[in-house]
Design a protein around this ligand. Structure first.
Ligand SMILES: [Zn+2]
Length: 342
């Protein structure tokens, strides 16, 4: 297991991300994608430094090393598929799963696991997450998963809303095992990359190490945005300074909001001020999250970071940023500041 983090004086408790891959040995694109995530977590960019300062990543790149070494397709050396081995009694549980459960229990005894990802590749010619439906979990857990998926889709040429997958949560999978332990506290999903091309489009880009690395960048953006991180070059600001104007804080899980709530105005022309943490001097693009309906397929223009401004910050400082809600009923949620240059 790789542990990726950094020693620093950050007083906030670190977010915990668990990622494992390759329970199915034949799914090698999943490993190139995960390698892309690891490479980017270890590089010297301000963004990667911030991820290490704010998070602990526990990564098991090969949970089925014998299967990979032996050239098996979907099983360990004795023919068992360890992807669906999580709800058996101890006597029938494979050693690989026993060790993983013990390691996960050890991590969970100290911290919550905020994000849990299980990396695979699939026959369909598209990228997907297996999102657990609201009926088998809760409406708010459904919102969190679809939000995470939409944060991965945002600005990503390799993944589209219509390619998301939905199923009931089941204890035979790792995600179901985690759900039974901690419920909504861990956002646990299986992610799949294709073998062939993206977006069901054979005339488009075919899968390569380069574009799996590019996809990995979007997987990291989803993590840092979902966890509302101040990641130096990518800063999410979720809680505005709410004035005495007629604004209400809502948390209706039918709306795909970020963080704990969103703001809704009950009059026209309401103004809302956000206070950023210290932003380094430079040019920034500013985006606002357009919180739309929380559905299986998002409407065009909803559940995205919509660019609303470009600003130049001449010296390192906190910035007050104001937005206006024109009509009564309009919603405001998180802002995102992306640093483009010095
Ligand atoms: Zn698989």
């Amino acid at each position: 297991m790789l542990t990726i983090t950094s020693n620093n004086n950050n007083k906030e408790p670190k977010k915990v991300i668990w990622i494992h891959g390759r329970s199915h040995p034949s799914e090698s694109p999943a490993s190139w994608h995960l390698e892309g995530m690891i490479e980017q977590l270890l590089n010297n960019s301000e963004y990667s430094k911030a991820l290490r300062e704010n998070c602990i990543f526990y990564i098991v790149p090969f949970i089925n090393p014998d299967g990979v070494y032996g050239g098996y397709s979907r099983s360990i050396a004795n023919g068992v598929n360890i992807e669906i081995n999580w709800d058996r009694p101890d006597s029938l549980t494979m050693p690989e799963v026993k060790v993983l459960k013990k390691t996960l229990e050890n991590v969970l005894s100290k911290n919550n696991i905020d994000v849990f990802l299980n990396m695979h590749s699939q026959i369909a010619n598209s990228v997907t997450y297996w999102i657990h439906d609201a009926k088998s979990t809760t409406p708010d857990f459904f919102r969190k998963q679809v939000l995470f998926s939409n944060l991965t889709i945002n600005g990503n040429p390799y993944y589209k809303s219509e390619h998301q997958s939905f199923s009931a949560i089941a204890p035979r999978y790792a995600e179901g095992w985690i759900w039974n332990k901690v419920g909504e506290k861990s956002m646990a999903l299986t992610f799949e990359t294709p073998y062939t091309y993206y977006n069901e489009n054979p005339t488009g880009e075919w899968v390569s190490i380069e574009n799996l690395y590019e996809l990995a960048k979007h997987s990291l953006y989803a993590i840092s945005d979902y966890l509302l991180l101040n990641a130096h070059e990518r800063v999410v600001v979720d809680n505005p300074i709410v004035s005495k104007q007629k604004l209400s804080l809502n948390n209706d899980s039918k709306i795909m909001f970020i963080g704990d709530n969103y703001i809704q105005s009950s009059k026209d022309n309401a103004k809302i001020t956000y206070q950023t943490p210290v932003l380094k001097q430079g040019n920034y693009e500013v985006y606002k999250w357009i919180a739309g309906e929380c559905k299986e397929i998002s409407k065009n223009g909803e559940n995205i970071w919509q660019k609303c401004d470009e600003i130049n910050i001449r010296r390192d400082k906190k910035v007050k940023y104001r937005i206006k809600l024109e009509n009564s009923g309009d919603k405001a949620d998180a802002l995102l500041f992306v640093r483009k240059s010095n």
